[in-house]
Design a protein around this ligand. Sequence first.
Ligand code: GUN
Ligand code: ZN
Length: 427
Amino acid sequence: MADLLLGQVLSFTADPFAAGLGAARHESHGAVLIENGRIAAVGPADRLRAAHPAAKVTDYGRCLISAGFVDAHVHYPQTAIIASWGKRLIDWLNLYTFPEEMRFADAAYAAEVAERYLGLATANGTTSVCTYSTIHPESVDAIFGAAARRDMRIWAGKTCMDRNAPEGLRDTPQSAYDDSKHLLEKWHGQGRASYVITPRFSPTSTPEQLAALGALWREYPHCLMQTHLSEQTDEIDWVKSLFPQSRDYLDTYEAQGLLAEGAIYGHAIHLTARERDRLREAGASLIHCPTSNTFIGSGLFDMGGLKAEGHRVGLATDTGGGSSFSMLRTMAATYEVAQLRGRPLHPAELWWLATQGSAQALRADHLIGNIAPGMEADLAVIDLASTPAIAQAVTRAGDIWQALFPTIMMGDDRAITATWIAGRPVI
Ligand code: GUN
Ligand code: ZN
């Protein structure tokens, strides 16, 4: 049976950073027709109601129907340690992250956190995530299993580390290769699951491990590869001392076959001119994690400059280095960080980044991240007056962007009226 959702509908025909505001389509009294888990039609409510009289109607009134949010970089095993106080990256990893990740050797604990995490993500209107796991294969099975039960499009991979991590949280070049390959064969392409080859970052992988994962990626070039790049200056200094022969941080990956189309680098804040050029030439994706970058004190991502150079950029919470599960909060932090760099991002640019931009970064913008016929029916329905503070601010809004911006800046999970995944309402 077909579903017809009524409300204000926001979609994009292009990237507003390049094409300007004409890239956005806003239907004030719009409708989205869903059939067999996909979007079958979008347009004015009157026309679609007349054309599809048998469809089951859900009227969301003045709520905004958008593509669901795509969170392009998270660590689901860090769900329970979100908002841990007072450390910078390396201390934060050692004090909070590694002890918690140790617990994921227990499959039951991994399954419990995977369920909890996806519950929080979908309550925040997030319909797809690209997540790290821990070194334990059980943690990969847990998140793919929990996503399959929700029919979510998901990317995940086993986090690989063979040095500078505690006993119990280290693999080897060979076991990282073998376990990753086994999990890739088991999960990649099962339903809506995609496997991502996942070396954590250069400080916790020997060159031998990076080379082994580079070799694996050459065997499966259609998979994505995710890691971290140039998040903090202390980290960059550490990478220099660990890889004295490398030209820069990116080169530690590039030299081992870990720079190509389909490479997804989290943070990418303190980049050299050479790194920026090579990342763009290679067609790699950069993922901006603004609540994490301010929370851990990492720095100010150059959104304006990188987008103007033509980089592929997605947006992410970086749970639990990030301080929120909400992509609304993430958009607000994106705005604030860009303001500190002198580039006030338009609400259309922010919304595009959290939906199509992230989908493009994951090379899945033909499947998710927008409302258009043929796309998978992953939707967020947004209440634009979800709190008294937001409601009073929107009363004088003259257009959709003025109506949307208070929710971007002050909204949270209370603004999420419904989340639809693969054509079914999950909250
Ligand atoms: N760099 C390497 N691992 C991590 C992590 O778990 N979180 C963040 N924010 N940065 C990292
Ligand atoms: Zn991360």
